[in-house]
Each structure stands twice: as structure tokens, then as C-alpha cells.
Design a binder for this molecule. Sequence first.
Ligand SMILES: Nc1ncnc2c1ncn2[C@@H]1O[C@H](COP(=O)(O)OP(=O)(O)OP(=O)(O)O)[C@@H](O)[C@H]1O
Ligand SMILES: [Mg+2]
Length: 598
Amino acid sequence: MNRIQALAPEVINQIAAGEIIERPASVLKELVENALDAGGTDLTVSVQDGGLRSLRLVDNGMGMSAEDARLAVRRHTTSKLRGIDDLQALRSFGFRGEALASIASVSKLTLCTKRPDDEVGTRLRMVGDDIVAEEQVGLAGGTDLLVEDLFHNVPARRKFLKTPGAEYAKLHETLVRLALPAAETSFRLIKDGKQVLHLPATSSFVARICKAFPQLLPEHLLEVSEQREEASLYGFLSGPDYSRSMARQVMFYVNGRLISDRRLGYAVQEAYRTLLLVGRHPFCVLFLNLPPDRVDVNVHPQKSEVRFLHPEQVFSLVLHTVRAALSGLGKPATASIELPSSAGLPPLPCFEPTSPRRGAGTWLPATPREPLLVQASLFDVPSPPSLPMQPELGEESGDYAETGRYYRDLVYLGQFRRTYLVCERNEELVLVDQHAAYERLNFEWLAAAYRNGRGASQDLLFPERVELGRELGADYDRLATALGRLGFVLEPFSSTSVVVRSVPEILARGDVAGLVEDAFAELTSLGDELSLGRALDNLLATMACHQSVRADQPLAEEDVRRLFRDLDTISNAHHCPHGRPIHQSLPLPELERLFKRR
Ligand SMILES: Nc1ncnc2c1ncn2[C@@H]1O[C@H](COP(=O)(O)OP(=O)(O)OP(=O)(O)O)[C@@H](O)[C@H]1O
Ligand SMILES: [Mg+2]
């Protein structure tokens, strides 16, 4: 007997289905994408037992003829692609022609569908790969897909499913993510007979976001919008006042398609560095639009990953746009929930490149953000010239353009425990953490000095030898140049050690060896393009901290006034480089409530 045998068609289909349909949330994704591709504007999802018992999606899209319905559930049948070249101009979510067939082969599927102008609709019932019943039915125009007993015939896969509660949570999250860009489509989620979510159709993107993420307030959000060559980026971010312990609210869409991309996640993380505490993550939804021939969507059966023709440009676009938006951050203004009408929503499912609308959102922070400075920080390591989308660092980085007027409006009342500056501002009692304030100020000044290559330097009376414990190697030059801009003068001493001749003025009494060692260790251990930036950032934060006025230190009134004036001239004036808030306020009504006056 032959050892090798051809697999039975249903086994082939089940194996293929396994790549696409992993759990109820993957069924939901495929069905929602089909409904959006079909032009549906009103989608209702009903689930029982976390989608394990049943998952149903009713849409009001274009429906199908009886003939098309029969084809739709077959493998490799699609209305969205004719030839492979069409992939270069794809404007739909689907194109592989296998989602419905895959779902059918691992569940019991019932498809009811009718085109709006047809008299009657079609109902197909499938078990595995077979259509077991077909009949005509009356229904409104659209499609109604019911998926029951998922993986009833694949016990191995069923075993890996989580509890209905956990599967439901994933379904909910998936629906919200899919619904975010489709603001003009209404989504309902019914869980075990009860409506648990309704995202009504809206022309306001912010309204959709805030409805989908009830913990977010419009004033938490910053708009970003940037265009470089043929790529454009549009989206919303939270400021440093909002963070989560998981990165689940960091979402990327490429030409309207939800994708996961670790590098882009990393870019966002980098952009928030020094603004959020370690381990915290922002809300961030970014829509990247690229000409379809610059991105390959056909690299993953679930279509959840894409390949960029120029990944480094995309990375740079995300990193610098997010960072620029954050660096212009002021206190959020009062937020109106509607998008300015001129902003409009990018069309779906594929976002057309929009013209740059820098600072378009009138409901965004009061601080003027025009032009957006690509700010600073040391982490702006010069990138290889082959990256045309790198922003230029502006001349302006050195002079401290006024960026806000939060602090100058504070009336200083006194110091509490020689640590907190007690102030009033309008109808609020405000406490400023003096150490955090000086830390941020010094950090920004050091960063500016670095950018200008003007860190004031002081020669050491006794040059200090620093043993780095490993080969200096190729990284040495980059490290020495970067540290040189801060005011360090280093020379190689042996293959594993350097001599430090001069140090930044402010560090004259600091732990020079420790800092150089740390910077070098970080640089070599991370070993990627951002590592120098990270090393320098940490170095700066340490230097800033070292140099700062400490807690438990008396301050003269004029020092406080100068501090407030200086704080108003820098970016990121509301959080210290470690992400801790610099000030907290207690509004008068809350104070009155405390005293039972209200
Ligand atoms: N809700 C729907 N309304 C109208 N037509 C639909 C709907 N769902 C599926 N179809 C039709 O059935 C076809 C097959 O759907 P299926 O999801 O299997 O493949 P696809 O969307 O073309 O590609 P992919 O496998 O990448 O999702 C689609 O091309 C579309 O013509
Ligand atoms: Mg599809």
C-alpha cells in the first residue's frame, strides 16, 4: 500500500480553514468585512455563548442572487478580484475568496440573502462543505449569515478555545476595532439576547471613538495628520493624561484595513517615551494611506499583516508624526465632539490620501501647534540619508518659542513641605511638584543643547578612565559623537575603556563613569536604530534629575516665578521625563464639596 495518499477534500478545507478561522472573533472579522465590502451601513451582530453556540451578522448591503450565493460559499470564489494585478489596486477588504467557504467547513452555516430589487431572497443551509438545503425566502435587502456550532467537526481546535466569556471579550474588541474607521456605519452587538453595544452612524470620528471607548473623553484626544510624498497618516492619540496597562488601544489601519505590526507599535511606544510611565500604553488610532502598490496585503491568510515596500519610511512617518503631535501638547481645550466640517472623513474602506491638515482640529489642545515642531529629544538620531521621509530638524529647536501659558496664570501662594508649590489659577487650587518641574525643564534644555551641539563643557581636573567591560567596537564613534554634543569629551583608552576628559558643565560633580557606562551599555545591548536615542534619553533624564532642584528644598518666590516662566517656554511641560504629572489641581466646586458647602 502507498504510504502517501491524497487528502480528502473536506480535510484539505478544514486545514485551510484553520489558518483563517481561529476563533469566533475571526469569523466576526470576515463577516463584518464582507458586509462593509457589500456597502452595508447598518450591521447587527448577535452572539450566543461567546460566539461558540452561534454568531450571526445581518447587514443591509447589496445582497446576492441565488446563483452568487451558491458560489459565495465555495472556495476560491470572489467578486472582488479577477487577476493577480488587481491586488495592486485593491479597494476591498476581501480578495482571497475563501472566508465563507472556510467558515462553512468548520461550522453549520445558514446564508440568507437578497438584492434590494429582487422579489425574493435565497436561503442556503450548509453542513461542512455541502449545501444541504436551499429555498426561497422573503427578507429585506441585504445578507443574514448565521454561523452555529463553530468547530463542531474539529475537536482539536475547539479544545483551544477559551471560555465563552473570554471569547466574547475578544469578539467585542474585534467589533470595536473594525467599527472605528467605519464611523458612518451603524453597529449593534447583541449578546445572549441583550443589546450590549450600539455605535450609531455618525459623521464625527471623535464621536465614534468616544462611544467605542467610553473611558476616553474628547479632550483626551489629539489629532494627527501628516503627508509625506504619497503616504499620509491621520489619526487620534491620547495625551499623557490617559494610559492603559495593555497596548490594546494602539491600533493601526493601512488603507482602511486593520493590521497588526510590531514595528509600528514600537514607533508609537518610542514617541511616547518619557511621557508615559514604563509599562503604560496610550490610546492611539492611526490610519495610514499608501498607494496600493506600496503595500502587499497578500502575506497573511487572515490579512492582518501587510508588507510595506518601504517599511523604514512608514516607521519614520509614524514615529515623527506622533512625536511631533505630542511635543506640541498643551492643556486640552474644551472639546466639541463634532469634527470640523472641513476635516471630513476619509472615504472607506480605502482612505484616500488627504491633504495635510496640521492642527486642523479646533477641539484640540489650546496650545498653538502650528507649525508642528519635530521635537526633540535626543532620540532623534540622524537616520541614514536613504530615508526621504525623515523630517528635518528645524532651526527653531534652539530658541524656546512660547508654547503655552499655563504656568504664568498661576498665582503662587507658598510652598508646602518644601516640595509642592501651592498656587491658585482661575477657580482652582493647583499644586506643582517642584522636583518634577525642574526635571522636565532641565531635560528639555539639555535636549535643545544636544540638538544644537552646544552642550557647555567643563574640563575635568583629573581625566577619568571608564572601563566599559566590552569591546568598544563600531558603536564607539556614534556614542562618542552623541555624547560630544552634550559636552563630553571622550577618547578611546584601550579596546574596552575610554578616558573622559571633559563633561557637561552640569555634571561636573556627578557620577561621570556611571553615566558613560550606562549609555554605552544601552547602546550596545539594544543595537537597533533607536538605541542611541534611548540611551541618550535615559542619560538626559538622569542628568536632568541629577541637576534638578530636589524635593525638600526651600525656594524663593522669584525662583518660583522664573520656574513658571521657563515652563511656559518648553514642550511637554505637564509631565516629568518619567511620565509623572508636574501639577495637579483641585477645582473650587470639588473643594466646596469637601467642605460640604455644596
Ligand atoms: N454580506 C455580503 N453581502 C454581499 N455579498 C457577499 C457578502 N458576503 C460575501 N459576499 C460575496 O461572497 C463572496 C465570497 O465571500 P468571501 O468572504 O468568501 O470571499 P471574499 O470576501 O471575496 O474574499 P476573502 O476570502 O478575502 O474574504 C464575496 O466576494 C462577495 O461577492
Ligand atoms: Mg470576505
